[in-house]
Write a protein that binds this ligand. Structure first.
Ligand code: DX5
Ligand code: ZN
Length: 226
């Protein structure tokens, strides 16, 4: 299993399965891991924090059983992340990201403690438009910061360049054993800028699953860079 704090290589490429073919999920997931991806990113939406419904613990559980060695990075775009710690622990998730917009400051710190006590890595996500300073107080307690480069809800949106400032702000404050993940509109054309701003985990849904399976290895390689 991947050690997110001390990975064997960086950057990591994390396909978001939101753009996979849901009717062929197992095949899609195995395919991108065989094509060189490092982990899988699961986008959980509750129809309240964001205007979409996607997947829950049951899918995570089935992926864990089908792919026991694959690191599962669960991005909670939900209003009440605390309610999902137990279900995703039981479903075999490795990392849980909650949003700073619903749990910042002391509440964020407590959320991190609860996620870690459940045997998972805590991560905090921040939306475009939320000031980077909202991360203060939580930053020291996470294994990863997730910078959203689109307004969350749907895959296939355009990358927002302005979040690179938040990215650099976070990078300056993170330790070597803390990851910095970019999520939203990431593609081979902007991957170099994303990496230069300090990101070491690149999420991509449409850029990977929008291509035919035979081309996905090439896209993953270009996201990772030379
Ligand atoms: C956005 C999700 C992302 C999204 C990325 O709401 O958190 O993970 O699926 O999709 P792309 O890479 O297509 O922008
Ligand atoms: Zn995501």
């Amino acid at each position: 299993m991947l050690d997110i704090r001390h990975p064997p290589r960086l950057p990591l490429v994390a396909p978001s399965i939101l753009s996979a073919d849901f009717a062929r999920m197992g095949e899609e997931c195995r395919g991108v891991i065989e094509a060189g991806a490092d982990l899988l990113h699961l986008d959980v939406m509750d129809g309240h924090f964001v205007p979409n419904l996607t997947m829950g613990p049951r899918l995570c559980e089935d992926l864990r059983r089908a792919m026991p060695e694959t690191f599962l990075d669960v991005h909670l775009m939900v209003t009440d992340p605390g309610a999902y710690i137990g279900p995703f622990r039981d479903a075999g998730a490795n990392l849980l990201s909650f949003h700073v917009e619903v749990a910042g400051g002391e509440e964020g710190e407590t959320m991190c403690e609860r996620i870690r006590a459940a045997g998972m890595s805590p991560a905090v996500a921040i939306n475009p438009g939320t000031p980077a300073e909202a991360l203060e107080g939580v930053l020291g307690h996470v294994d990863m910061v997730l910078v959203m480069s689109v307004v969350p809800g749907f895959s296939g949106q355009r990358f927002k360049d302005e979040v690179l400032d938040t990215t650099r702000w976070a990078r300056e404050r993170l330790r070597d054993d803390q990851r910095l993940e970019m999520d939203g509109g990431v593609c081979p054309d902007n991957a170099a800028r994303v990496r230069e701003a300090g990101c070491d985990v690149l999420v991509a849904a449409s850029a990977i699953f929008g291509r035919p399976p035979a081309q996905r290895g090439d896209v993953i390689g270009r996201l990772r860079g030379g």
